[in-house]
Ligand binder design. Sequence first.
Ligand SMILES: Nc1ncnc2c1ncn2[C@@H]1O[C@H](COP(=O)(O)OP(=O)(O)O)[C@@H](O)[C@H]1O
Ligand SMILES: [Mg+2]
Length: 257
Amino acid sequence: MSDTDTDDGEGSERETSEQPVLSVENVDAGYGETQVLRGLSLSIDEGEIVSLVGRNGAGKTTTLRTINGILPPTSGSVVYRGEDITSLDATATAKRGISLVPEERQIFPELSVLENLRLAAFGGAEDDEAYAISVDEALDTFENLAERVNNPGSSLSGGEQQMLAIARSMVAGADLMLLDEPTEGLAPYIVQDVMDIIEDLNDRGITVLLVEQNVHVSLELADRNYVIDRGQIVWEGTSAALEENREILDRHLGVSV
Ligand SMILES: Nc1ncnc2c1ncn2[C@@H]1O[C@H](COP(=O)(O)OP(=O)(O)O)[C@@H](O)[C@H]1O
Ligand SMILES: [Mg+2]
C-alpha cells in the first residue's frame, strides 16, 4: 500500500509507529436484551501491560470477549494494529495473534501437557511467527510443566493449569494476550510465579491486557490501569496514580489502603 502523506485526511494525528496495538472505541455489547458495555473505550500501546480492574459483574470478561470476537459489539469498533476487527470471530482474531486465556483456563484435561502444547502450536497464529515460541522453549520457561509433560491436564494443580493455559497461548504465537483473572483461586506463592511469567512474556514482546480482581497484582504489573464500573471506564491512569487514589480504590475496587 502506498503512503500518500496528505494533510487533509482525518484521524492521522498518530505516526504509524505509534499506532496502538489495540483500540476499543465507544463499544456497546451485551447478552440478548441485557446491555453490559456502554460506550466503552480503551487503548493499548505496543509492549504495554494494561490492566482492567473493577468489581464483580462490572463487565471485564465481557470486554475481553468483545475484543477477541466471541461476543461482537452491537455498536462501536475494535481496531487491532490498524485493522478494523469489530466483526471478526474468535478464530479470525486468533489467526492475527489475539489470544484470550479465559478464567476457566480451557486446557484439554484428557490430553497430556505435551499434547496440549503441540495442539496449541498447530492451531496458532498464521503470521505472527516472530512471537511464537517453540514447545521446547515453553517447557524451558515453565519448569513445573516440564516435570509433568506426560501427565494429563486434569492432574495439574490450579496454578499449573494456569501456567499451561498461558504456555499454550505463547506457543500459539500470541501477540496480544488477554488474561482473565489469571491469579484467581491460587495460593500466594503461586500468584507470584504467575506474575513472574506475565512479566517474562511481556519481556518477550507480548502486549498484555490483564483483568484482575486482585488489585495488588495489577498495581505491581501494569503500566496503566483502567477502572470499569457498570460497563463504562470511569478512571484511567498509571499504577502509581491508582495506588494513591484512595477514593477510586475504595469505591470501585473495595480496597482500603
Ligand atoms: N452469558 C451471559 N448471559 C447474560 N448475562 C451475562 C452473561 N455473562 C455475563 N453476564 C452479565 O453481564 C454482566 C457483566 O459480566 P462480566 O463481564 O462477566 O463481569 P466481570 O467479568 O467484570 O465480573 C454481569 O451482570 C453478568 O451477570
Ligand atoms: Mg469476569
